[in-house]
Write a protein that binds this ligand. Structure first.
Ligand code: MG
Length: 226
């Protein structure tokens, strides 16, 4: 069972459900040719999607177009059901930086056919995350620089102030639908600059006041028939 690890303290949670936001930055919605949503676009990744720094994202053989999406991640620390926006932060334990790795070719096909994104978004290794830091160490989670480098080249750079739906709203909204539990994660959406990754690439994500995450990329070879 994968765990969410806190920097320095030894604190950890077994990972629960991974809730992810689509189109939560205007410039990213535009680059996808998508409308700005009135309500959050939400999808799930299974707990088996989680990996940590120094591990590898493994692109399964069904896809030839893995994409990076750098995102701020909210770690739930206390059960939340139908919580008001004003009390939302008391259910947040901390923050991490993560990657919502996406099989863009599979997702595009699913979108065209009106089918779910489960494979495109939920494959093993699709949710790398950094160590988490305590909420009390981050004075304003909506004033943090967020960036991603691929092989040292800057590809994504924005600020969490650009998020359309903010953390207190997201916790309240999601808790009206799902019971949020300690160890659940909310991937809060990616800014613009998404793009393809190749086998051998090194991805370095960084979130101000939170930390960084470094993972590799490997294309899983097609199964050999026996
Ligand atoms: Mg995303």
């Amino acid at each position: 069972m994968s765990r969410i690890l806190f920097k320095g303290s030894g604190k950890s949670f077994p990972v629960g459900k991974i809730l992810c936001l689509g189109r939560n930055y205007v410039a990213h919605a535009k680059e996808m040719g998508a409308d700005i949503p009135n309500l959050p676009v939400v999808f799930l990744k299974p707990a088996t999607a989680l990996i940590h720094g120094s591990e590898n994202v493994i692109i399964p053989p069904i896809s030839s177009e893995g994409h990076h999406e750098v995102e701020m991640v909210v770690v739930i620390g206390q059960q939340a059901k139908n919580v008001r926006q004003e009390e939302a932060y008391s259910h947040v334990s901390g923050y991490a930086v993560g990657l919502d790795m996406t099989l863009r070719d599979i997702q595009a096909e699913a979108k065209k056919k009106g089918l779910p994104w489960t494979i495109a978004k939920g494959f093993d290794t699709s949710a790398p995350i950094s160590y988490a830091v305590e909420r009390s160490n981050v004075s304003n989670p909506h004033q943090l620089q967020l960036s991603l480098k691929v092989n040292g080249d800057l590809r994504q750079e924005s600020n969490t102030s650009n998020m359309i739906f903010k953390i207190d709203f997201l916790v309240s909204y999601l808790s009206s639908i799902f019971t949020l539990e300690p160890g659940d994660l909310i991937f809060t959406g990616t800014p613009e600059g998404i793009g393809p990754v190749r086998s051998g690439d090194v991805l370095e994500a960084e979130l101000e006041a939170v930390g960084s995450l470094r993972v590799g990329v490997i294309n899983q070879p097609t199964f050999a028939s026996s």
